[in-house]
Design a protein around this ligand. Structure first.
Ligand code: AMP
Ligand code: MG
Length: 330
């Protein structure tokens, strides 16, 4: 009888401590990476602790921005761009890892994604106060300067060398993905098991949505009205990254010029698509491939994604038809 009483008491205590565990939900936002970054964390720790975790993730992102930004003249990447054609430059592990990945995706996409189009990006100036349409001659000269094969990495020395002068590297199509992965790592190392990071539309998730005991429902933006969704996908612990001409552009003489450039023509990619979204595990991979897919167009991009393991793609074409490999009906 006494044993039964002890058992019952233990059971009651277990239930009551279980009930007193309250799921806390916090979100913090910061203007960084040229966009708005929001971190949502769900957990049983105090709200204060969860805000501290978010702070650690933002601080990691700010450190990486100082490494990878092509616009910040003080960044490590800017130092590389200024000196790597003279001699090999020793670089941080993070910049090395990202350059290595960028070159991998440049090769995989036959240069549709090409991080050496820095001078072309500067000439267009899209998203800056000096946006303009370069002349045809200028475009021909600038697109001739790009070629990812001219970036030479030395894995033993951890150096980067530009084998010809005259070009610069821009990691704008992949860095946000990489930084999302690193923010996720920071949070996971701190013990976070349920979180969503939104880096200007690049979505990274940790685990399930603990508030709903379910997956995360993520909206794919309507290109005509990006604040509303054209489709919803469901992910757990994965990332979804969208590239779209509607995300950054300017208008000149009635013509729209957007920010995803075809490295071969130097012009905004014109592939009959309004957006491409990649769903996978690593956000840097999703970021590089969503940009590349937008340049490659539906057929070539679909063939590439189908040849890879663990990737899904969603296309929205110019008539707003949704297609790709994502299993919407499941
Ligand atoms: P995303 O929004 O990830 O598709 O990246 C677009 C940004 O990447 C642009 O604002 C440029 O800075 C850069 N970019 C544009 N076109 C390309 C390209 N074909 N390859 C690599 N980077 C690009
Ligand atoms: Mg990208």
């Amino acid at each position: 009888m006494k044993r039964l009483l002890v058992f019952l008491l233990a059971a009651v205590m277990a239930v009551s401590t279980g009930c007193s565990k309250k799921l806390n939900k916090i979100s913090d936002t910061s203007l960084m990476l040229d966009t708005i970054v929001t971190v949502y964390i769900y957990g049983y720790e105090s709200e204060e602790k969860l805000h501290d975790y978010a702070g650690a993730a933002f601080s990691r992102a700010a450190d990486l921005e100082k490494v990878m930004s092509a616009r910040d003249e003080q960044s490590e990447l800017s130092y590389v761009n200024a000196h790597a054609a003279d001699q090999p430059v020793k670089i941080s592990d993070e910049l090395y890892a990202l350059l290595e990945k960028a070159l991998y995706y440049a090769e995989l996409t036959d240069g549709a994604f090409d991080p050496t189009i820095g001078e072309l990006i500067k000439a267009w100036g899209i998203g800056t106060d000096h946006e303009r349409v370069p002349s045809e001659a200028e475009l021909a000269a600038l697109s001739g300067l790009r070629n990812y094969k001219n970036v030479i990495l030395d894995p033993a020395e951890k150096t980067v060398y530009f084998s010809v002068p005259g070009f610069s590297v821009d990691l704008g199509a992949i860095a946000k993905g990489y930084i999302g992965d690193e923010m996720k790592k920071t949070l996971t190392d701190l013990g976070v098991t349920s979180a969503l990071l939104n880096l200007g539309g690049n979505i990274v998730t940790i685990g399930e949505n603990a508030d709903k005991d379910s997956d995360w429902a993520i909206g794919i933006g309507d290109p005509d009205e990006p604040t509303s969704e054209i489709a919803v996908i469901h992910i757990t612990d994965k990332t979804v990254v969208t590239s779209g001409g509607y995300q950054r552009y300017f208008e000149k003489d009635g013509q729209i010029y957007h920010h995803i450039l075809d490295p071969f023509t130097g012009m905004p990619a014109d592939c009959g698509l309004l957006s491409t979204s990649i769903i996978t595990s690593v956000s840097a991979d999703a970021d590089a491939l969503s940009t590349a897919a937008y340049v490659m167009g539906h057929d070539r991009a679909l063939e590439l994604i189908e040849s890879l393991d663990g990737f899904d793609i969603i296309f929205i074409d110019s008539s707003k038809t949704i297609s790709g490999t994502y299993p919407f009906s499941e």
